[in-house]
Design a protein around this ligand. Structure first.
Ligand SMILES: Cc1cc2nc3c(=O)[nH]c(=O)nc-3n(C[C@H](O)[C@H](O)[C@H](O)COP(=O)(O)O)c2cc1C
Length: 370
């Protein structure tokens, strides 16, 4: 395939993969697309370790990183590194009782404080720490930095461009996309409502062409609901120059997803991907689970804003739930594609399957005018 996104990175197909898993990143780039490692809030040591591993396995193919800008996350200071000092007692009590009632055991008291403190530290990192993470990544041959949840922080675009690294950001509306363009991004990723993770309210079918027109002639990748060739064809037809996929990698054998969650994903239908603020404090699409549903019941407290709700879920909920694999409560970010993800696959199968179905779609469309 040939277009501006293929040329920008020297790749065979404009299939971009978001993944927290280095194996997926490497396999996608080796299959002719471009793997992008979601770094979340990794420590500097972890960034070094992951990128060294990628460099050793990717065979010189291009790859990128995805960072979370920390602008809305304040350092709570050492004295506040306790969950019950940062989230209201009512909320903590609500979650404790919900899990107690469901028979999910509490954390041993000796571990509880340590787990919660590590978590609070990781989620309260400062702008300096984020810059250090990017600085370390820039010492590796990364070709792309994507900023999640907002425009790239000041200075990042200049630093990246000076090293020949492209910069992009995620947009759930034309307004976001125009802001990213003004911030100097090289392209934007238009994320529809059906996507896994944080999304806006407009679905891909309507959002993609709107963003394409708003930022033209800047290239746009379509994200949200892409896992097969017909969906890739739709993105190209709507004016996108490629696709950005997240959910579809979760059932590949390379993915990081633990076996119990994987089973739940394979058994799920499209309605089992729910859009809820209950796991992070911002609207996020995730696998249906009992924790999220409990917040809709009468008498439930109001969901806390980010990052407090996330600290509550991770600090008290998720840690307890995953320790014993409490099936009904297990969740993971995933889009509506979950209904089509019915078996274990491999990264290569997904990429090749997409390209084959894209070719069939093209032939089918050409026959319409014969
Ligand atoms: C498990 C998972 C975790 C995600 N975490 C992030 C993240 O940390 N940063 C980010 O920019 N996007 C994140 N996303 C969203 C993806 O970048 C992408 O927009 C989305 O997966 C595309 O829609 P799809 O899931 O239908 O493929 C995540 C998605 C999934 C499935």
């Amino acid at each position: 395939m040939k277009n501006r996104m293929c040329e920008m990175f020297g790749i065979e197909a404009p299939i971009f993969a978001f993944s927290h898993c280095r194996d997926v990143v490497v396999e996608v780039s080796k299959a002719g697309g471009l793997g992008v490692l979601g770094m979340g809030r990794m420590s500097p040591e972890r960034v070094r370790e992951e990128l060294r591993w990628i460099d050793a396995h990717i065979g010189g193919k291009p790859y990128g990183i995805d960072i979370l800008s920390p602008t809305t996350y304040a350092d709570p200071g050492e004295q506040k590194l306790e969950l019950d000092k940062v989230v209201p007692a009512e909320h903590l009590g609500f979650v404790r009782k919900m899990l107690d009632d469901a028979g999910v055991p509490r954390l041993p008291q000796s571990d509880e404080k340590e787990i919660q403190q590590t978590l609070l530290k990781e989620n309260a990192f400062t702008r300096e720490e984020s810059e250090l993470m990017v600085e370390i990544a820039m010492q590796h041959p990364i070709r792309l930095i994507v900023n999640a949840l907002g425009s790239p922080p000041p200075g990042l675009v200049e630093r990246a461009h000076a090293r020949g690294i492209k910069v992009a950001a995620m947009a759930g509306s034309e307004k976001h996309a125009l802001r990213h363009k003004a911030a100097g991004c090289d392209f934007v990723i238009a994320v529809g409502h059906e996507a896994g993770g944080h999304t806006g309210k407009t679905t891909s079918m309507v959002l993609w062409p709107r963003v394409v027109d708003a930022v033209a002639p800047m290239p746009v990748l379509g994200a949200g609901g892409v896992g097969r060739g017909r969906q890739l064809a739709a993105a190209l037809a709507l004016g996108c120059e490629g696709v950005w996929c997240g959910s579809i990698w979760l059932t590949t054998k390379q993915s990081e997803v633990q076996p119990e969650i994987r089973k739940k994903i394979i058994a799920a239908g499209p309605d089992d991907s729910i859009h809820t603020p209950t796991v992070t404090g911002k609207p996020c699409r995730t696998l249906r689970n009992r924790f999220s549903e409990a917040w809709d019941e009468p008498g439930a407290p109001k969901v806390l804003p980010a990052p407090l709700q996330m600290l509550l879920w991770w600090g008290e909920g998720r840690t307890r739930v995953e320790r014993v694999n409490a099936k009904d409560f297990l969740t993971y970010p995933i889009g509506q594609l979950v209904g089509d993800m019915n078996e274990e696959t491999s990264v290569r199968q997904v990429v090749q399957g997409m390209l084959e179905e894209l070719a069939e779609t093209r032939e089918r469309l050409e026959r319409v005018w014969e």
